[in-house]
Design a protein around this ligand. Sequence first.
Ligand SMILES: *[C@@H]1O[C@H](CO)[C@@H](O)[C@H](O)[C@H]1NC(C)=O
Ligand SMILES: *[C@@H]1O[C@H](CO)[C@@H](O)[C@H](O)[C@H]1NC(C)=O
Ligand SMILES: *[C@@H]1O[C@H](CO)[C@@H](O)[C@H](O)[C@H]1NC(C)=O
Ligand SMILES: *[C@@H]1O[C@H](CO)[C@@H](O)[C@H](O)[C@H]1NC(C)=O
Ligand SMILES: *[C@@H]1O[C@H](CO)[C@@H](O)[C@H](O)[C@H]1NC(C)=O
Ligand SMILES: *[C@@H]1O[C@H](CO)[C@@H](O)[C@H](O)[C@H]1NC(C)=O
Ligand SMILES: CC(=O)N[C@H]1CO[C@H](CO)[C@@H](O)[C@@H]1O
Length: 664
Amino acid sequence: MSSSLLFLLLKLQIFFICWSESFSINTELETLMTIKESLDPENRVLISWNNHSDPCSGVFEGIGCNEKGFVSNISLQGKGLYGKIPSVIGSLKSLTAVYLHFNALNGILPKEIASLTQLSDLYLSFNNLSGNIPHDIGNMSNLQVLQLCYNELNGSIPSELGRLKRLTIVALQNNHLSGAIPASLGELETLERLDLSFNTLFGPIPVTLANAPKLQTLDITNNSLSGSVPTALQRLKGGFKYINNHGLCGTGFSDLDSCRIVSNSDPVRPEPYEPINNITSRDFPAESCGDADCIKRSETSTIGLAFVMIGVVSVFSVTGVFLFLWYHHKKQKIGSTDESSDKIKKVYRKNYASPLISLEYSSGWDPLSKGVNEDFLQSFMFNLEEVERATQCFSEMNLLTKNNISANYRGILRDGSVVVIKCIAKTSCKSDETEFLKGLKTLTSLKHENVVRLRGFCCSKGRGECFLIYDFVSNGSLSKYLDVKRGSDHEVLEWSTRVSIIRGIAKGIGYLHGKKGSKHSLVHQNISSEKVLVDFRYNSLLADSGLHKLLADDVIFSTLKASAAKGYLAPEYTTTGRFTEESDVYAFGVIVFQLLAGKHDITQLSRQWIETASLKYVIDENLEGKFGESEAEKLARIACLCTHESPHDRPTMDNVMLELSDKW
Ligand SMILES: *[C@@H]1O[C@H](CO)[C@@H](O)[C@H](O)[C@H]1NC(C)=O
Ligand SMILES: *[C@@H]1O[C@H](CO)[C@@H](O)[C@H](O)[C@H]1NC(C)=O
Ligand SMILES: *[C@@H]1O[C@H](CO)[C@@H](O)[C@H](O)[C@H]1NC(C)=O
Ligand SMILES: *[C@@H]1O[C@H](CO)[C@@H](O)[C@H](O)[C@H]1NC(C)=O
Ligand SMILES: *[C@@H]1O[C@H](CO)[C@@H](O)[C@H](O)[C@H]1NC(C)=O
Ligand SMILES: *[C@@H]1O[C@H](CO)[C@@H](O)[C@H](O)[C@H]1NC(C)=O
Ligand SMILES: CC(=O)N[C@H]1CO[C@H](CO)[C@@H](O)[C@@H]1O
């Protein structure tokens, strides 16, 4: 009897445990829905978060759970979130990592976040957060990485940070923090990296800070600190950065005067004096992803972000080497010789997409440096920070395509719009700056519904790259719809879609070529199924129009070889060596054949069409006979004319458009 009562009690207890767990899981769902409303008020990003699913089922974008079924991480970096961080986030007690960096979050950092005592990684950098860092942050006893850099935070640095015994990385640079550096930070035995640069901190550097045993990097650049620099900081060597603090003095540091009154126990603020060299904040790679410090991972944290950060980490492994080169080079630059630049250029070529290319190696090339006086060009100018923010510092995760000329990254601008950022190495660009600017002007003047819109551009002398920012075209390139195997994931384009895509391409090319006799005329030079993009309504848009106007001749030549290999290059090119409107028309003809056949390789079937004029060789089997016969015949005829051996026998794009707009 008693034993069965015991059994019953036990069951009841188990029931209650289960019940209370499932209860709190339910409230986690509610909490997440509240968080969603706050982070993404217009439900543009977190569409997958819904009321009817289990947040741990994998349905919720960016949510990770632990084995007990509680939310353990939120990974929504670079999603274009523009809301606020809600205080209810503090009730997701099992959170160990929050990645919300590279968004446009505003509002304050709610103090409730400090009740996340399991949290080890807090990444909120590159947002627009304002207000103070809450003092309660001292409660987050598991915190290892605190990334709050590049926000609008003000107030002072809470001394409670000194209670966080596991803290290894603290990145607070580029905010508006003021007050003193808390001496308690020196008590952090695990602290490796402390970046406080570009704030308005004042007072002395606490002597204790020099004693933090693991400290490797201390950056206090561009603040208003004063007093004598603790001599012990010499051990950090290049890891200690202190330029642009007019009141600092000390012995054993280059660029610093020794203090007038030396007193170890009571550092005295010396008279302010002018900096003795001309190194300004602009010479610092602060504008670059060299600041990837700001997104560096702790060793102990979870795997997920590791993928995102592979780029950054690999970059860090070369940082050591480069830092040396960089400093060396900086020194050399004063003498204005450029010997090391070739060496670095080579490295650069090899590590094309590497975000570390923030080295100041280039001499001269910076076509925008002289100031751009045309107003309309001005309105196209982006700054590097926007580009870095949009691509999450050129994260591998956002890499779309890459070849030896350019790399394309997906990015999200602060207004939430999605873009493609094309990065072209300086060495691939025209070296004549005037020519380059003229090219840019042409690119910015293009405006047509069938030409991918250029949003802006940016050149970085530091990175040695030029960036073109284009609208993102959602359905990718036409190439993806060719050679589709039946039953595969890839979509077979319907007949009517193909016809409208062809019309769109014709209109786009027709626009570039301009009206007969008009001055404005641009030959695309590189039309192929890869350069035709398809948007969500299956409108076609030409990519890279006018790009050759920016590229160096040898680079254009190499793209040429590629397009010849794929059959887009008009036969007369081999004798004339020139691109003409007729050669664009030829490439168009090839694409029409490709769309009819649903194949990349059309050499065989175009010959068969010429010999037999029979559609059965030409039409894509995937269409299963669903196509307009007269339309198809007309298109095949057009394709045939456009790919005529003799350029003079090809129709102009105007003619083609006329034909296409006729009643079939
Ligand atoms: C989720 O459900 C709750 C109650 O069932 C409701 O109040 C809330 O509006 C719902 N939220 C959304 C986003 O559908
Ligand atoms: C932090 O800890 C203190 C003392 O235990 C407590 O009073 C405070 O409410 C805590 N803050 C948060 C946000 O949990
Ligand atoms: C950042 O927030 C401030 C208000 O705190 C606002 O005025 C500003 O426009 C915001 N900037 C961006 C880029 O969202
Ligand atoms: C910090 O900024 C907020 C506005 O974002 C302002 O109300 C507050 O006074 C500022 N505090 C300090 C100490 O500057
Ligand atoms: C610093 O640069 C300015 C202009 O760039 C120049 O006029 C000045 O002489 C330089 N000062 C020193 C100390 O080199
Ligand atoms: C999120 O947490 C889960 C479980 O703890 C883990 O497997 C996953 O790798 C984490 N994801 C990230 C991005 O940290
Ligand atoms: C103290 C100091 O040098 N402050 C400078 C920090 O950088 C900003 C611009 O990034 C300057 O405006 C400040 O004068």
